[in-house]
Design a protein around this ligand. Structure first.
Ligand code: DGJ
Length: 725
């Protein structure tokens, strides 16, 4: 039965009683937003404000404090009326008052009627002096220990209220010390881990790029308490913002060693004039807490994502053959059809035709032209896309297509006809990124055009089974020729919601078409976009040695099945090494099969067969244990364990010359007996693994480990554990 609590309270502030319409309650209440192991506890104090009592381990019963809480413990504090630190909300009211007060009005807690695993809490706050409301909303995912929070802001004031801060979530954490890990880098070196101890003051991690906003930093972090984050021990929070636009995380460590983590849309240049009767909804912030290290943080997010965060979390991702690295834009129908033959030989599921297939007046032969002209290029592909899909089908493979629908080149019919449909600043010279401009999706016609790019590509070509949605530049001149002068700063926020609308439409109308989100790499990897996609392209860097780090970084928040991992010849590493790295993601290939050596072809074919017939589900649905970090030594190792622990697979990568000690798997059932087998060996090779084909119990394997079969740098091993019946 859902529990419903609606509770009026005193709104007593500085000795005066506000808002006579509020009924009176004698004691402050405790509101708990809890999951199986974690809890965020809040209370309403006698001054009517909402305070936080704690966030972390779920404890039996938390009583309301006897003494009034410190003002620094206010939950979701607004600016301007006594709160001295970074505020969660800041507004200028219709009459020019720059202060906001938020007092508790009511709350509701109930199990989601469609899903007993989810408890929904909505806490309504109101400014006692204005018809101004902030509703703090939570979805608590019980089994996954994930708490999702966002805010809904509205008002009934006679003129717009200007919002200049609008955090999604801003909890307080208390410990002796705080260790923050960010996931940063740039094109070709995405999601690198950097950890630091927080010092008093403000530490800001952000993006100001607007679109493809995460190129230099993913909107996710780890926060470890009392020492650097460890894999399997210690308290760690994980946070990730479901937003593909500019974001800001502000960690404010105060004079009493109290840390507030303000998370949300970046307020930089994004002031919002909220009209009367409209609601400003922030994106959702996702939190998880673990007392068993960052490994558990990742497993929580992965389990949550498969069930709630991504499209078709339980469906196998197809093995792709992509032509980008093999051909770039230099192809024609004959070349593509020839690639199908190779794709078939390898055993892939789907051929993905990348950039370069469109544009007639301005053919897409280079990245200088064509975006915006989404008609099939008649010279390159005279028989159109359906012909290609049919040719692929004849060979037993599916067909997918590349799109970059929100962009235009100046050399395109679109831009020539509508130069004012792009994001640009008046009186400034136009700036380009990869020779292209971004369509201003706040303009309804431009948004509709973007949708039509998708619809007009998919509808007449029912053979299309997959799409890669790319985005190859960010915003440098955030101006909209469409929005009025006083709403210019709405641009990047409204753009993002418009983009999600189009993505949502795509997922609704074409549920059978699988989708990969790409932004020249990882500029758009977050749970705001991933709702509409099956996987993402983490980096154009496919050198497997570098990819180990990149996939390692993203794997902290995103499950393996979302991380597209393609075998190419970048870095010229041994092909087995490249395959073993790609096996830990959504496996694909980006090479011309005709140009492979016999050994390469054999290794890739065998890896694909292994992936499809045996490992794909285990890697996609299994629990990830990071065993040895590439940041800490010359070897990296990780394993995936089936939820019932009947099976596991271990990957070991030698990154350089170093001692080759035993590698210890984790997550196995100590009491189960497992047959150990090395997989994906080169044709005819014998395993150097001493335990190959032996049966050993889980406890022994985890305690003593396996003597490494690796001898040299860029060697790798894939080792399977199958529980004996
Ligand atoms: C950037 C992507 O990351 C590549 O994989 C490729 O799709 C190109 N764009 C195409 O322009």
């Amino acid at each position: 039965m859902p529990v419903l609590t609606r509770r009026p309270v005193y709104l007593l502030l500085s000795g005066c009683l506000f808002a006579a319409s509020f009924a009176i309650a004698a004691e402050p209440s405790v509101v708990t937003v809890g999951t199986a192991h974690s809890a965020l506890t809040l209370t309403v104090a006698a001054d009517g404000r909402l305070y936080e009592l704690g966030y972390g381990r779920a404890t039996a019963a938390v009583a309301a404090p006897r003494r009034p809480p410190a003002r620094e413990d206010e939950f979701h504090p607004p600016a301007g009326n006594g709160y001295l630190l970074e505020p969660a909300l800041q507004a200028v009211h219709a009459d020019g008052n720059t202060s906001t007060e938020l007092a508790y009005l009511s709350h509701e807690t109930a199990a989601d009627p469609r899903d007993a695993n989810v408890v929904v809490t909505r806490i309504k706050l109101k400014d006692p002096a204005y018809p101004f409301f902030a509703t703090l909303c939570f979805r608590a995912y019980q089994a996954e220990d994930v708490i999702e929070q966002w805010a809904e802001i509205s008002h009934d004031e006679p003129a717009p209220v200007v919002l200049s801060r609008f955090a999604s979530s801003a909890p307080v954490v208390k410990a002796d010390s705080y260790w923050l890990t960010q996931f940063q880098g740039n094109y070709m070196r995405e999601a690198g881990l950097v950890e630091e101890r927080l010092a008093p003051g403000l530490k800001v991690l952000d993006s100001k790029l607007g679109v493809r906003a995460q190129q230099m930093r993913n909107p996710s972090f780890l926060l470890a308490l009392d020492g650097p984050a460890r894999e399997e021990t210690g308290e760690v929070f994980g946070g990730t913002l479901a937003w593909s636009g500019s974001f800001q995380f502000a960690f404010d460590l105060d004079w009493d060693n109290r840390l507030r983590a303000l998370c949300g849309i970046n307020p930089f240049g994004e002031e919002y004039r909220l009209a009367r009767g409209k609601t400003f909804t922030t994106p959702a912030m996702l939190w998880t807490w673990s007392a068993a290290g960052k490994g558990q943080v990742s497993r929580n997010f992965h389990r949550w994502a498969r069930r709630y965060g991504i499209r078709d979390g339980d469906k196998p991702r197809p093995v792709l053959l992509n032509n980008w690295e093999a051909t770039h834009m230099d192809f024609d129908e004959k070349k593509i059809v020839a690639l199908f033959d190779g794709a078939k030989d390898l055993g892939v599921d789907l051929f993905l035709l990348d950039d370069g297939w469109f544009g007639n007046n301005h053919p897409r032969d280079t990245d200088r032209a064509g975006l915006g002209e989404w008609q099939v290029n008649k010279k390159k592909l005279p028989h159109g896309l359906s012909y290609l899909a049919d040719e692929a089908a004849k060979r037993g493979i599916k067909f997918g297509i590349w799109l970059e629908p929100e962009m235009t080149n100046p050399a395109s019919d679109l831009f020539v006809a509508h130069p004012d449909w792009v994001i640009r600043q008046p009186k400034r010279e136009l700036q380009f990124g990869r020779n292209q401009l971004i369509l201003d999706l706040t303009r309804p016609e431009a948004k509709e055009f973007t949708w039509k790019v998708i619809d007009d590509t998919f509808a007449p070509n029912p053979g299309i089974a997959y799409v890669k949605w790319d985005c190859n530049r960010y915003v440098t001149q955030p101006g909209s020729p469409y929005l009025p002068p006083d709403e210019q700063q709405h641009l990047l926020i409204d753009y993002q919601w418009a983009l999600y609308d189009v993505m949502h439409r795509m997922a609704e109308k074409y549920p059978a078409i699988m989708a990969m989100v790409c932004a020249g790499g990882s500029g758009r990897v977050d749970y705001g976009a991933l709702k509409y996609f099956h996987s993402f392209w983490p980096s154009d860097n496919t050198d497997p040695l570098q990819r180990i780090y990149i996939q390692w970084g993203f794997g902290h928040f995103f499950p393996a099945e979302t991380i597209a991992a393609h075998v190419t010849d970048m870095g010229h590493r041994p092909v087995k090494f490249a395959c073993d790295v790609a096996l830990t993601g959504a496996f694909g290939v980006d090479r011309d099969v005709a140009k492979m050596t016999a050994e390469e072809k054999q290794t890739i074919t065998a890896s694909i067969a292994l992936y499809k017939n045996s490992l794909r589900d285990l890697i996609a649905q299994g629990d990830l244990y990071r065993l040895e970090s590439p940041y800490e030594g010359k070897r990296a190792a990780l394993d995936y364990v089936a939820p019932d622990r009947s099976r596991a697979v271990l990957f070991v990568y030698q990154l350089g010359e170093a001692a080759f000690g035993p590698v210890k798997p984790r997550g196995l059932d100590p009491a189960k007996r497992y047959r150990v087998r090395e997989l994906n060996l080169p044709a005819g090779a014998r395993s150097r693994l001493a335990l190959d084909n032996q049966v050993v119990d889980g406890a022994t394997l985890m305690a003593g480990g396996l003597a490494s079969p690796l001898r040299r740098a860029v060697e790798s091993a894939v080792i399977e554990f199958i529980a004996e019946p």
